[in-house]
Write a protein that binds this ligand. Structure first.
Ligand code: MN
Length: 147
């Protein structure tokens, strides 16, 4: 059986290869768990502009459900959320074997002593204080995703 080398090395049209945006499916999927509508709009606009797909959960229970269903590449977890908070949601997500190593970045509006320890104990990879500086968030996300 012979394989045509011209098929293997078929040159792509260079300009197209460069200009073509990545297909939707290749963009990393971010699960944004956040209950504040203004923050959601800001973050979705920003992340979409930076080449991410975003799925939104409005409370902790929804965050767990979407994480299990959609297997996001990374999770942004507001700590202060209704139904169950971001830390309890993180614990439940970490209990899922398939989600045990998904990066979780906690976003917290409180700066209370012991917050860092509580976040890390729940299973978040790192936490950022609100209001979130978007450039800083992007940098942290890209480090976690090795982009
Ligand atoms: Mn909140």
């Amino acid at each position: 059986m012979t394989i045509s080398l011209s098929r293997i090395f078929a040159p792509k049209s260079a300009p197209e290869a460069i200009l073509e945006p990545p297909p939707e499916s290749k963009k990393p999927l971010v699960l944004l768990a956040e209950d504040n509508e203004t923050n959601i709009i800001t973050m979705v606009d920003f992340l979409t502009a930076k080449g991410y797909r975003v799925t939104v959960a409005h409370n902790g229970i929804e965050a767990v459900g979407r994480a299990v269903e959609e297997k996001p590449d990374i999770i942004l977890m507001d700590v202060q959320m209704p139904v169950i908070d971001g830390l309890e949601a993180t614990r439940r997500i970490r209990a899922e074997p398939e989600l045990s190593s998904t990066p979780i970045i906690a976003l917290t509006a409180r700066a209370m002593p012991g917050d860092k320890e509580r976040c890390l104990a729940a299973g978040v990879d790192l936490y950022l204080n609100k209001p979130v500086r978007l450039r800083r968030l992007l940098k942290v996300m890209e480090e976690r995703l090795n982009r």
